[in-house]
Design a protein around this ligand. Structure first.
Ligand code: PHE
Length: 441
């Protein structure tokens, strides 16, 4: 059977952007930026995204597009037998991420329900924090929502590449974008908003630490879906005429924009309503309802926001599951249906542990982190950067002839930036990522 391809060039970009834009940009970015003090973190994040991020995005997409294979097969084809293990690690990474990602995806569903009930429309920071904290610490409800989110993800996967992923991601992202703009406008006109904007934008370099740099790098990998083969998988569905650099640029640009806007949306609210900026994973969930409560039609906006956040999360979780599932299909010819069901159940089980680690199991820690934090840390800050080093080495050294041919224009001439890209892949990316990783150990 011929490999499925995207319905259109735009379909490919939108689906790749659908993978990238998700909880990373809207849920994780604001709280990690807040934990790291704002401005300086933002700047480091942007520098990493526009040097490493864009290069690795082009690298991953072109590896997929030139091999037409998912990560394991792609690494094997371009690098040889030994390299396929990098692909295995990527599949494992997808598995680990989706297990806790689905828990947070479940929170978005729960918050749709809470919005409908109207129970969260208040500006009282104490009430909002308590609502969130007691919800995630509950041993039962979050797990039901987690199950629902995982089942929906599996449902989209079973509908197939084209129909499933492409259709879901198209229209709603535009709506999400517009809604974020509206929420920023509302937030900025509240008294005290400026403090939030200043904190978010003003770089205080005295706050820069090695931890902050690795957090910024991990966040860049996570929110751009890099370093674990996801963009290899999506690139493998791109048709021959698709311009990889343009697609990569669009995806990086769009995702970065959403990260930035999410910061502008959340930071003012922290200061206006006196929330704790170190609230951690609850930050977006805790602060935004306060903004809704200050809007006419607040309940409507609240429902809409968490619904669109849910959809953004779903298009990302679908891409994570696609990496895991397509591995078993391509490598072992497993049936799609069975693989999807079994993997979903396994990830669901690991996710139960992650969810409980925020409540009844919170005293079980390793390296000072509960299971939820550990899954996040290991995947974003260790495995994905490692994957980034490997893809850069593969593209810059081993597979350069193949990759540079795929990146050349149809008439055979090379883009002017190609030597720079090669230099980044060969030297800058591997060395830089390695040094950042080392600093942390
Ligand atoms: N980038 C996604 C998000 O920000 C998460 C993700 C990571 C998706 C890795 C696929 C691969 O929500």
């Amino acid at each position: 059977m011929a490999r499925a391809e995207w319905g259109s060039r735009l379909g490919f970009i939108l689906a790749a952007a659908g993978s990238a834009v998700g909880l990373g940009a809207i849920w994780k970015f604001p709280y990690v930026a807040a934990q790291n003090g704002g401005g300086a973190f933002l700047l480091i994040f942007l520098v990493i995204v526009f040097t490493l991020g864009i290069s690795l995005m082009i690298a991953e997409m072109s590896v997929g597009a030139s091999t037409k294979k998912s990560p394991v097969g792609a690494y094997r084809k371009l690098g040889g037998k030994w390299w396929s293990s990098v692909g295995y690690i990527g599949v494992l990474c997808g598995f680990l991420i989706l297990s806790f990602y689905s828990v947070v995806g479940g929170w978005t569903i729960a918050y749709i329900v809470k919005s409908i009930q109207g129970s969260i429309l208040t500006t009282d920071p104490a009430v909002l924090s308590r609502t969130f904290d007691s919800f995630i610490a509950d041993p039962v409800m979050p797990i039901w929502y987690h199950a629902a989110f995982m089942a929906l993800t599996a449902g989209v996967i079973l509908a197939g590449v084209q129909k499933g992923i492409e259709r879901v991601s198209k229209h709603l992202m535009v709506m999400l974008f517009l809604l974020i703009l509206i929420l920023i406008a509302r937030g900025l006109t509240l008294h005290g908003a400026l403090d939030g904007v200043v904190t978010f934008l003003y770089p205080d370099f005295s706050k820069v630490t090695p931890t902050m740099i690795i957090e910024a790098m991990g966040l860049a990998f996570f929110s751009m879906s890099l370093g674990m083969g996801c963009m290899i998988t999506y690139g493998s569905y791109a048709s021959g005429e698709t311009s990889i650099p343009n697609s990569a640029r669009s995806v990086i640009g769009l995702t970065t924009l959403i990260c930035f806007l999410s910061g502008l949306m959340v930071f003012p609210a922290i200061f206006v309503f006196n929330f704790n900026p170190l609230a951690g994973p609850g930050l977006t969930f805790i602060t935004m309802p306060a903004v809704f409560s200050q809007m006419s039609g607040g309940q409507f906006f609240s429902i809409l926001f968490f619904f669109l956040l849910f959809v953004a999360a779903l298009t990302s979780s679908v891409s994570l599951m696609e990496v895991v599932v397509s591995f078993f299909i391509d490598e072992f010819q497993f049936p799609r249906m069975m693989t999807t069901v079994i993997m979903s159940i396994l990830m669901f089980i690991l996710g139960i542990g992650a969810s409980l680690s925020l409540g009844v199991w919170k005293n079980y820690t390793l390296f000072g982190k509960n299971l939820f934090g550990l899954l996040d840390y290991v995947s974003s800050n260790l495995i994905m950067p490692f994957g980034g080093i490997m893809i850069a080495i593969l593209v810059g050294w081993k597979a350069w002839p193949v990759i540079s041919a795929r990146l050349a224009y149809p008439d055979g001439t090379c883009p002017v930036w190609l030597p720079l890209f090669k230099f980044i892949c060969r030297f800058v990316a591997p060395v830089l990522i390695f040094v950042i990783l080392l600093q942390n150990l």
